[in-house]
Design a protein. Structure first.
Length: 305
């Protein structure tokens, strides 16, 4: 398989008894990108990730991670993988610096401890014991532990679960910084805004199969519609507007859903300009990743036998 792929999966299958958790899944993750793997509970995310990490055997298909089959991987391969689990593994009585120094000893070519502390934004907490860290700081330490071996590929499993908004934004900066270091990041998250913000590409899995994949901003093309909202000028009825019949009033504003927002806006703004009126509270909402995700998952559910 091509060497520029950090992860390549072809026809992956895994069953538990009669339940087929992963059904012929194929996927490619390029080196150096942040890739988000999304799906509802029970979709097959955890099984797939555990196979990629070498912790679970597959029933069929071909898998290569950093050019190696995870089932045949040795210690040298594992040193090239960093893993951030949902729950941290650091010892509470050690300081941040002591924890990273201890973990660095397990790797053949570790990243310098002080450099790793700086990358995780923990300089001011380097001498503090793990037990005294906040939830967000502990999560930064988890990322630091995944980076101390200077891996080529980092798996992030729900990295900001339970964070407040400020801590989440700080964690996002750390994760985005991994791209600048040339690392490949495989991210699983239930926060769709997180995937929208961080990921170069996204794949959505449902019932063991990929439903769709691509750049977050492109996933809505041909799927979800753009929403246009505005306050109608005084004395103007819906039937007088140049947007057809698919209009409704929502919380005092005219609402239109359209797959052709440029054409609709051109007609609307041209109409308003000719009459010398302003369209108050005019807003155009493109489909978010959350909109696309919900539409795709609901469609997959309705199509299931």
């Amino acid at each position: 398989m091509p060497s520029d792929a950090a992860i390549e999966i072809d026809g992956l299958r895994k069953s538990y008894g009669h339940f087929e958790a992963v059904r012929g899944l194929s996927l490619r993750v390029e080196a150096g990108e942040i890739f988000a793997f999304l799906g509802p509970n029970g979709a097959g995310k955890t099984t797939t990730v555990e196979i990629l990490e070498g912790f679970r055997k597959r029933d069929g298909g071909d898998v290569r991670v950093l050019g190696i089959d995870p089932e045949d991987a040795d210690r040298a391969w594992r040193a090239r993988i960093g893993i951030v689990l949902q729950e941290g593994r650091a010892q509470a009585e050690l300081t941040v610096r002591e924890t990273l120094t201890l973990w660095a000893a397990y790797y053949p070519r570790p990243r310098p401890v002080e450099e790793t502390i700086a990358l995780a934004g923990l300089e001011e907490k380097a001498g503090d014991r793990v037990a005294r860290l906040s939830g967000g700081q502990r999560r930064r330490l988890d990322v630091a532990l995944a980076l101390i071996g200077d891996p080529d590929l980092v798996f992030l499993d729900e990295p900001t679960t339970g964070f407040d908004p400020v801590a989440r934004r700080a964690a996002w900066k750390v994760i985005a910084g991994l791209r600048d270091l040339g690392k490949t990041v495989f991210l699983t998250t239930h926060y769709l805004d997180e995937a929208q913000e961080l990921a170069d590409r996204v794949a959505i899995i449902k019932a063991g199969q990929i439903v769709v994949e691509g750049p977050p901003d492109a996933l809505g093309a041909g799927s979800a519609e753009t929403e246009i909202l505005f306050v109608a000028p005084p004395g103007v009825a819906l039937g007088e507007l140049p947007l057809g019949e698919a209009l409704q009033i929502v919380e005092g504003r005219v609402q239109l859903h359209t797959p052709a927002p440029t054409r609709a806006l051109a007609a609307l703004c041209g109409w308003a300009a000719q009459r010398g009126v302003e369209l108050e509270r005019l807003e155009v909402r493109r489909p978010s990743l959350e909109d696309v995700y919900l539409e795709l998952v609901e469609t997959a559910e309705s199509a299931s036998p």
